[in-house]
Design a protein around this ligand. Structure first.
Ligand code: UDP
Length: 327
């Protein structure tokens, strides 16, 4: 019979792109989402169940009803700044929510889970690129909740025979190349969408958080990876678990770091628009440079990015901001 996957948080940015790709790989995505940050209109490739992962019995009922082969767990709060202001929300949704989801999986006898982790679990690394053995020393509550959830997964795997892949995303960006889904956060805090909003004059300018870092052009360096590449890594992780592969925690990045200056140049190159900028003070908790060593994801999952060159990222994201791309 057809494979099925429960996608917790499947109405959100990365979750909805993953649901679409699962469907195109002949796997039915059952989206379970509380729609606090997700969008009902982004659920288009399978059934939708409106619910909260903190409701363990509701989630258990859904799992018993659909009997999925695995769970992909995206449901979380994901604003670093907000996690500093309101850590209770983050520990509840991200830590207690993950425990609740894992307990529902145990009750429904679902033993495979793919978890959305983050490069925020590494904090400010001692050395670059970041490998999976780089010490995980998060510098904000968001990163701590993701690290704790990874540790919960590991302990549950040992005790209850759960199989998991934890995917440590670097900077997710871009949009569905078919134009069916985009990046749609409220409020929008992420660099590339804000830069495109400024390029289209929807906001007056992009505020750059510091230009006096010890980097090539003084702005922060990040590893920007296309959301469709992230989505494909979930399909590969699912195949890995179904084929009996071992538990894993892997980085999902390109191995290349780009400064904010390089992003703005790419926007000018691809859209023909200059991004008006202002230099603001540094944002608290921003490490100067982060980029992944992508070798383990390649070796264990056969993953390598296809859409993550910066021009493709900008070209796929631009239409959602009313911007055209040059050929
Ligand atoms: N950034 C910026 N202005 C903005 C949003 C982000 O200068 O309006 C910077 C931010 O300080 C960081 C990089 O862009 O160095 C990427 O930030 P984002 O919030 O997109 O992702 P993060 O790296 O925090 O996960």
């Amino acid at each position: 019979s057809q494979r099925k996957v429960l996608v917790a948080g499947g109405a959100g940015y990365i979750g909805s792109h993953t649901a679409k790709l699962l469907h195109s790989n002949d796997i039915e995505p059952i989206v379970f989402d509380n729609l606090v940050t997700g969008h009902r209109s982004s659920v288009r490739w399978g059934p939708f169940v409106h619910g909260d992962i903190l409701d363990t019995s509701g989630l258990t009922r859904t799992l018993m009803q659909y009997k999925p082969d695995a769970v992909v767990h995206f449901a979380a709060s994901a604003y670093v700044g907000e996690s500093v202001e309101d850590p209770a929300k983050y520990y509840r949704n991200n830590v207690i929510g993950t425990v609740s989801l894992l307990d529902a999986c145990r009750q429904a006898k679902i033993d495979k889970i793919i978890f959305s982790s983050s490069c925020a679990t590494y904090g400010t690394p001692q050395a670059l690129p970041i490998t999976e053995t780089t010490a995980q020393q998060p510098i904000n509550p968001y990163g701590r909740t993701k690290l704790i959830a990874e540790q919960v997964l590991r302990d549950y795997a040992t005790a209850y025979d759960l199989k998991y892949v934890a995917l440590r995303y670097f900077n997710a960006c871009g949009a569905d190349p078919d134009g069916e889904l985009g990046e749609w956060h409220e409020p929008e805090t992420h660099l590339i969408p804000r830069a495109l909003l400024a390029a289209s004059a929807a906001i007056s300018h992009l505020g750059i958080f510091g230009d006096d870092y010890d980097t090539e052009d003084g702005t922060c360096v990040r590893d920007y990876i296309h959301v469709t590449d992230l989505a494909r890594a979930h399909v590969l992780a699912l195949e890995h678990l179904i084929n009996g592969g071992p538990n894993l925690a892997v980085n999902l990045g390109t191995g290349r770091g780009l400064s904010i200056g390089e992003i703005l140049k790419a926007i000018a190159r691809v859209t023909g628009r200059q991004v008006p900028v202002d230099i603001n003070p540094r944002r608290a908790g921003d490490p100067p440079a982060l980029y992944a060593d992508p070798a383990l994801a390649r070796e264990t999952l056969g993953f390598s990015p296809e859409y993550s060159d910066i021009d493709t990222i900008i070209r796929t994201a631009a239409p959602f901001f009313g911007l055209e791309s040059r050929a």
